[in-house]
Design a protein around this ligand. Structure first.
Ligand SMILES: [Zn+2]
Length: 155
């Protein structure tokens, strides 16, 4: 078993909701280990009850199929946090037009963030809705270029 090759393959699996970022960059891959029968991948889903969870497990199984039997285990505790998004993942989100979390979840309860537009870098932005295309994002608009964008809310 070439565990390093399996790790490389796993690192290339994109998030089905935001294909610009991989599952590893999103910080949901807890562990990849060899078992007697093949591989076990431990994932912490971003949100419980997220419909993408089954899809993600299927994608992981398909990506690693050549390495033998793949077991996907969901570990829901401790809960996933946006703090686990890697620096590379944050950069890719920003380039994709989704502003990555700007603070910890604890700070977010008290402060509405001041966001810069991911398209024109303008500093005058406003929140249009606390929810975006998914519950984990909020919808914003840039007053300078007029374009809407999404913010990945800290949790
Ligand atoms: Zn703008």
């Amino acid at each position: 078993m070439d565990l390093a090759a399996a790790r490389t393959r796993l690192a290339a699996v994109p998030d089905p909701e935001i294909p610009a970022i991989s599952l590893v960059e999103l910080g949901i891959v807890r562990e990849l280990r060899e078992t007697g029968a093949g591989l076990e991948v431990v994932l912490t889903p971003t949100y419980s009850g997220c419909p993408a969870t089954e899809l993600i497990a299927d994608d992981v199984r398909a990506a690693l199929a050549e390495f033998g039997r793949v077991t996907v285990t969901m570990q829901r505790s401790p809960a996933w946090s946006t703090d686990w998004i890697t620096p590379e993942g944050r950069e890719k989100l920003q380039r994709y037009g989704i502003v990555p979390p700007q603070c910890s979840a604890e700070q977010a309860i008290r402060v509405v963030p001041k966001l810069r537009c991911p398209r024109c870098d303008g500093g005058r932005t406003e929140q249009l809705s606390r929810f975006g295309s998914t519950a984990c994002k909020s919808t914003w608009r840039c007053i300078e270029c007029g374009e809407p964008f999404e913010y990945f809310k800290p949790i």
